[in-house]
Design a protein around this ligand. Sequence first.
Ligand SMILES: Cc1ncc(COP(=O)(O)O)c(C=O)c1O
Length: 380
Amino acid sequence: MNNIIYLDAAASALKPESVIKAETEFLRDSYANAGRGVCARAVAVDTTVSHVRKKVADFIGAEDETQIIFTSGTTDGMNRIAKIIDNPVSGETLKNKTIMVSDLDHHSARLPFEVLRNSFDCKIVLCPMDRNYNLMCSDLPKADVFVITAMSNVLGVAQDVQGLISAARKKNPNVITIVDAAQYVVHEKIDVQKWNCDFMCFSAHKIGADTGLGVMYIKEPDRWVSPDKFGGGMVSRIVGSAASSNYSVKWETAPAKFEAGTLPLTQIIGLEPAIEHLISHRPNLDLIKYLYDRLSKNENIKVITERDSAMFTFVPKNMHVLDFGVMVGTMGLCLRVGNMCAGWLHNLMELSGTVRISVGSWNTMSDVQKAADIIEGIVK
Ligand SMILES: Cc1ncc(COP(=O)(O)O)c(C=O)c1O
């Protein structure tokens, strides 16, 4: 297994030693639940969770840690936002609203909103794209909700999130803006205040932390009166007696209000070293440029991405991408083949699938040189 060259960072990052160490020490030496206990260990875990929350707030430029909600990942976050913003208690319902999505969107970002088309009679409109598949700030349709993919997981280009949000607000000052930053977070510094977005999500596992954890930023947590999940840890008090029909439940304030149930504590403990590691070890995109310069000369390869993309995506001209994936896999290369859960973009590009190479801090020039040797050998 150690001869494997792992070039699939965009699917999930390998874990730095510091993350493994922090999680192991927590599980072995200081484990307890958070938000429930009063014993010393439980209090220490509470303190650590709020410390990590503050770290995340700083990492994404949030005003304070009450805006940071732990989820199980980007998919969970996007699905939850679709429920949170239907807020009949405060009179904000999605019924008949116009939702702008784009063909850059990952299925996780777009489907939770696409399904509202039927259940809420919502209208889906598309954000315009230029010929290089970048989202355009001009000629945006007027929308009530705008889902923005900050970086496509196929094309790897950072979008002008700030410009898009500002343009959408010129059409409708009340538009609710939701950013999928699952890929963007790996390569670029997020600044949610500069973006001025209402929501933003990313997955911890793509930045070197563990699976089962994500971050959902909410700009105005108090605005969204009804939580989308219910359970322990998010109830402040029950007013009245359950025996009478006249009782009500008061929610905790954010973030607890949006964090029903036990949090993924081990993963949260690993998030701080993962963020620190990412900040000092962003993926070396010279490796991607090397692949581009070498493989774009190959007549049997059609390159999809640009030279300065965060990933290298291509199609072998003389074989199916799945066959290609199996062949390179037997030679020790781990890369991604298929439609990357970006079916709309692949339809637009008239491709059934692509091959994607993405790098993390563990990859070296020698990895991509060997990968290029293997790929050239297979497509010839
Ligand atoms: C752009 C983008 N959005 C959303 C997701 C979904 O992330 P997760 O599966 O961690 O929820 C991914 C994962 O590949 C992604 O690349």
